[in-house]
Ligand binder design. Structure first.
Ligand code: ADP
Ligand code: MG
Length: 456
C-alpha cells in the first residue's frame, strides 16, 4: 500500500477516538515519510510532536495500520526539522484539516518547539528538596522577572541532577507569560558546532556568520546548557563573549548551566568565568532518599500507574544514583513487571532488583556478540533494520537479553540497536517472553546463549 494513502486512512480512523485538540494541533504536523517492508515511518518537525504521538497514539496507530494491511507493521517516528515546508501540498495531510483555525495553544507549542524547548520540563513537575531548593527559587524568580533579579543565572551540578530540566522550565514559563519573548535554548556543544559551520559556510554564503551572530544577539532570553563545552576553543569563546555582552548590556536574561563552578571550568577564559560569576550562582546536589521517592511517586502519577508508594520508597532507598539513572531503573522495573504480567508489589520489585544486582557485569556488546555468534549472523544484521526472518528473531532475542541482563533503559537499548525506538525494544522483549513459554527450541537457545555468557 502506498504511504500517503495508508496514513490518510489511519488518520481517518484516529479522528474517531483521538482528542480533537490533538487532531488539530499535532496531526497536521506529521507526514508519512515511507512505508517499506512493513515499517511505517512518520516524520514530524519537532521533538514535542514526536513525544506526544509516541506517548498517546503509538500503539493505536500501529494497530490500525496492521488492520489495514493485514500484516504486522512496525512504526517509527522521526524528527526532521523544516520538512513540512518542503512537502508538496499533495503530500501534506494538512488539507484534511482545512477548517482548522490558528489557536493560541498551537501557537505557544510552536514557539516552544522552535526555541528547542520540551513540553515535559516544567516547574510543575520539578520536585524540590534541600538538594536543589536555592536553584529552584532563583529559577522561578528569573522566569517571573527575566533580566531583572539575577543576571546571569548560573546553575551547576553533576550529570543527571536536573540542570536541563530547570533551565527548560524557565524557558517554558517565560514563553507562557510573555509569548512575544524570543527565547533561545542552545546546548554549549551546538553553539560551538553552529559557529564552526557558519564560519565554513561564510566562504560561500556572505551572511552565514551574521545570521549566526544575530540569532544569539537578538534573543530576549538566552539559555545555554552545558556551557563548559565552549571552553578551550578560541573563536567560540570570543563569539560567546560578544553575544554575552550584547545581551547583558541590553538587560536581557542569560541563564547558563555547567558541570562545574565557573572558576573550575578548565580552559575557560578568565573574562568569561568572571562574567559567569557576576550574577547568581546556585549548585544542585544529589537528592536524599525522600526526594528520590517523591520523584518516583510523581512519575507513577504522571504515567497513571497503580504502584503502591512503598514500592517507590523501596526503589528510592536502594538506588543511590542520580535522577536520570533512578528514572531509568524505575522504568526498567515497571517494564519487566508489565512484560511478565506481574503485579506491582514490593515482593516482585525486591526480586527484580535482586536479580539486576547479580547480573550487572555483562556488557551489552558481549550480549550482542554472543547472539550473533550463536546464530552465525553478522553484527550489523543483528543491530540493523532489515526485516528478513532470519534476522528478526535473533535481533529480538538480543534486545531481550540486553534488557534482562543490563541496566540499560529501553531507549538506550534502542540506540544500541541502530537507533530504534524504545517501543520497538519493548515489543521485542514482550514477544520473546511470550514465545519462550510456547517454544521449547527458543527456550533452549536462550539457555545456551546465557551459558555462553557465563550466566546461570
Ligand atoms: P542534567 O541536565 O543535570 O544532566 P536533567 O535535567 O537532564 O539533568 O535531568 C535528568 C532527569 O531527571 C530528567 O528526566 C529530569 O526530568 C529528571 N529530574 C531531575 N531533577 C528532577 C526533579 N527535581 N524533579 C523531577 N525530575 C527531575
Ligand atoms: Mg543536561
Amino acid at each position: 500500500m502506498e504511504k500517503i494513502q495508508l496514513w490518510k486512512t489511519i488518520i481517518g480512523e484516529l479522528k474517531l477516538s483521538a482528542s480533537s485538540a490533538d487532531i488539530k494541533t499535532f496531526f497536521p504536523q506529521i507526514s508519512a515519510a515511507s512505508f517499506e517492508e512493513n515499517v511505517l515511518t512518520l516524520s514530524c518537525n519537532s521533538p514535542i510532536v514526536k513525544e506526544r504521538i509516541e506517548n498517546r497514539y503509538y500503539s493505536q496507530i500501529r494497530r490500525i495500520a496492521e488492520k489495514i494491511v493485514k500484516e504486522k507493521v512496525e512504526l517509527s517516528i522521526t524528527v526532521k526539522p523544516f520538512e513540512l515546508k518542503k512537502l508538496s501540498s499533495k503530500e501534506k495531510i494538512g488539507p484534511l484539516f482545512n477548517q482548522e483555525k490558528p489557536s493560541p495553544e498551537k501557537d505557544l507549542l510552536q514557539k516552544k518547539s522552535s526555541a528547542n524547548l520540551f513540553e515535559k520540563y516544567t516547574f510543575e513537575n520539578f520536585i524540590v528538596g534541600a538538594n536543589n531548593r536555592l536553584a529552584h527559587t532563583v529559577a522561578l524568580n528569573v522566569a517571573e522577572n527575566p533580566g531583572k533579579a539575577y543576571n546571569p543565572f548560573f546553575i551547576y551540578s553533576e550529570v543527571g541532577l536536573g540542570k536541563t530540566h530547570l533551565m527548560q522550565a524557565i524557558g517554558n514559563r517565560v514563553l507562557e507569560k510573555f509569548p512575544k519573548y524570543r527565547v533561545v535554548y542552545c546546548p554549549g556543544e551546538s553553539f560551538t558546532n553552529e559557529l564552526v559551520e557558519s564560519i565554513r559556510l561564510a566562504k560561500v554564503q556572505k551572511d552565514a556568520l551574521t545570521n549566526f551572530k544575530n540569532k544569539f544577539r537578538r534573543a530576549d532570553m538566552l539559555l545555554v546548557d552545558d556551557v563548559q563545552f565552549i571552553a578551550g576553543r578560541e573563536a567560540t569563546q570570543e563569539e560567546f563573549f560578544h553575544a554575552f555582552n550584547t545581551l547583558f548590556m541590553a538587560g536581557k536574561q542569560i541563564v547558563l548551566t555547567s558541570d562545574k563552578h565557573p572558576n573550575e571550568i578548565i580552559k575557560l577564559e578568565k573574562r568569561l568565568s568572571s562574567r559567569f560569576s557576576s550574577g547568581m550562582i546556585a549548585d544542585m546536589q544529589m537528592p536524599d532518599s525522600d526526594v528520590r521517592s517523591a520523584i518516583l511517586r510523581a512519575k507513577k502519577e504522571e504515567m497513571r500507574l497503580n504502584i503502591p508508594n512503598e514500592v517507590c520508597d523501596f526503589i528510592a532507598q536502594n538506588t543511590q544514583t542520580n535522577i536520570r539513572e533512578l528514572e531509568g531503573i524505575f522504568t526498567q522495573i515497571i517494564t519487566s513487571l508489565q512484560a511478565s504480567n506481574k503485579p506491582f508489589t514490593l515482593e516482585e520489585t525486591r526480586e527484580i532488583m535482586g536479580k539486576k544486582e547479580k547480573t550487572q557485569n555483562v556488557s551489552p556488546n558481549t550480549i550482542v556478540k554472543a547472539v550473533s555468534a550463536y546464530y552465525s549472523i553478522k553484527l550489523p544484521d543483528i543491530k540493523g533494520h532489515r526485516r528478513l526472518k532470519e534476522f528478526v528473531r535473533p535481533r529480538q532475542l538480543a534486545m531481550f537479553l540486553t534488557q534482562q541482563l543490563t541496566n540499560l533503559s529501553l531507549t538506550d537499548i534502542g540506540n544500541l540497536f541502530g537507533g530504534k525506538d524504545h517501543t520497538t525494544v519493548l515489543h521485542a522483549t514482550r514477544k520473546i517472553k511470550e514465545d519462550i513459554v510456547k517454544n521449547a527450541r527458543l527456550k533452549q537457545d536462550v539457555e545456551n546463549i546465557k551459558n555462553a555468557l557465563g550466566i546461570k
